[in-house]
Design a protein around this ligand. Structure first.
Ligand SMILES: C[S@@+](CC[C@H](N)C(=O)[O-])C[C@H]1O[C@@H](n2cnc3c(N)ncnc32)[C@H](O)[C@@H]1O
Length: 218
């Protein structure tokens, strides 16, 4: 496949010709997703959760973050309702070439890509999944979220998705103390999140990436 990339940890990623961006860090797609979205974002919230957790993802892309969230929910036996928006979907035929199934010992990825958009699917006793084919800018969620995976392309490629206005909208649909995690620690991102009502923390990044962000809704 013309778009396929093999990253440094051996996991695949894709290249977007539309945005001239890769979907993950070249230093390791799986390493990045596990480090930022699962270990920094979801696991601490899920471990201490006494109720069901709602996760919102900006940018379903390859489905790797969703797959890992499903795996964690099943492992911890904690209920997760996962909603992801995606305006420019990866085709199921492309997704079938990604090596995430063998790397995670699951067959989840094909389900994530083959099911219908705009419907809630009960993938396991612990994981419901819904994907919406829509621009983030036009999305109105039904519920507030406890965890946000903010995984848009880089601010240089998509500056319109890293603004105070966008994060104010995300904040409106986040529960108090909700946790937003993202790979970008750029100054404009920190300032936009703070202006939108988040307390912003810097954390060590995966691989050679120095910093990533965790932001708590005030
Ligand atoms: C960095 S990639 C996401 C990677 C993904 N989370 C994964 O695990 O593979 C960014 C994604 O956002 C999508 N996207 C770009 N602009 C968007 C927008 N305005 N609204 C919704 N999705 C958008 C892209 O098509 C792409 O799939």
């Amino acid at each position: 496949m013309e778009r396929l990339i093999i990253t440094e940890d051996g996991s695949h990623s894709l290249y977007s010709h539309l945005f001239n961006q890769q979907y993950h860090s070249l230093q390791g797609a799986l390493t990045e997703s596990v480090h930022i979205y699962i270990e920094l974002g979801l696991r601490p919230v899920l471990t201490s959760a006494t109720n069901e957790i709602r996760v919102f993802e900006m940018g379903l892309g390859t489905g790797l973050n969703a797959l890992l969230a499903w795996k964690l929910a099943d492992e911890l036996k904690k209920k997760v309702h996962y909603t992801s928006v995606e305006a420019f979907p990866v085709l199921p035929e492309e997704a079938s070439l990604l090596n995430y199934g063998s790397l995670t010992d699951t067959n989840y990825l094909s389900k994530i890509h083959q099911i219908a958009w705009g419907e809630t699917h009960h993938f396991s006793p612990y994981f419901t999944f819904r994907k919406e084919k829509v621009l983030l800018q036009d999305f109105e969620p039904e519920h507030k979220h406890h965890v946000v995976f903010y995984d848009a392309f880089d601010p240089r490629a998509q500056p319109e998705l890293w603004t105070e206005e966008i994060f104010t909208k995300i904040a409106r649909y986040s529960e108090p103390e909700a946790v937003l995690v993202t790979y970008s620690s750029k100054g404009i991102v920190k300032r936009a999140l703070a202006a939108a009502g988040f307390r912003v923390e810097r954390h060590p990044g995966p691989g050679r990436k120095v910093h990533i962000l965790k932001a708590i809704k005030l």
